[in-house]
Write a protein that binds this ligand. Sequence first.
Ligand code: ZN
Length: 314
Amino acid sequence: MDKVLLPKKIEFGENALSEAEYPKNALVVTTAPPALSDKWLDKMGIQDYMLFDKVTPEPSIDDVNALISEYKEKKPSVLIGLGGGSSLDVVKYSASEFGVEKILIPTTFGTGAEMTTYCVLKFDGKKKLLREDRFLADRAVIDSYFMNGTPEQILKNSVCDACAQATEGYDSKLGNNLTRTLCKQAFDVLYDAIINDKPENYPYGSMLSGMGFGNCSTTLGHALSYVFSNEGVPHGFSLSSCTTVAHKHNKSIFYDRFKEVIEKLGFDKMELKADVSEAADIVMTDKGHLDPNPIPISKEDVIQCLNDINSGNL
Ligand SMILES: [Zn+2]
């Protein structure tokens, strides 16, 4: 049997944010300062809501507990996560404690988090990647409105992540016909948006990517990227090289078009500071990404990929 989990209602495209309806007595959870969240809430046209804007970036279980202790007695009708990954993650984890549905409204794009059952929270100071069916949104609202004013560098890194997730997801051994359909369509939308300068389609492509890879996994490209993350390289940027060499190594059908997209976006070459063999040892422990890779990966393969990245041989 194959399985795909998706939110019950997905509202997207132009004016989705203002045309969607929000129940009274909702609890809106965000990291954004009032100057910004006021603007967003105004645009949503939401009324009679409660606002919790004390979520810290890279939130921990303490943020979840603070939210629950402050608002559980107030019996919100629904939880709305409005913001980047941090706000969405706190809502993903808390909603079942409140016994209410959750609406996720991403103000950044790229990860497709509004579509997935992943949740990242810190426990005892350590980031943990959790995955449970209960983290799935009941509703998601995706609007390119939030892209206005986003710095070019962040847009580039975000759309690169969405492309990497879609194409690695397509190749994942955990995938099925439906995830491959979604991943392929996601990359087609993103490819067209990048090559033909239609950035307003990035959030839609990223949403499709989340629907696809979120129901299978990413693979070698993401496994390679974390040794660069450890050296402070932004996630999306690291994938520009890592996913390209991974696609070359896997002989992915997306290799040529992925490379084309990376060249169009214009990413700098990267170089690993750490010793390649030691880094390869770290990559090899990442079973979550390597096991679903379409072909088996040895330490020698990883070393070759890292050397290719260092020498710019993409
Ligand atoms: Zn990613």
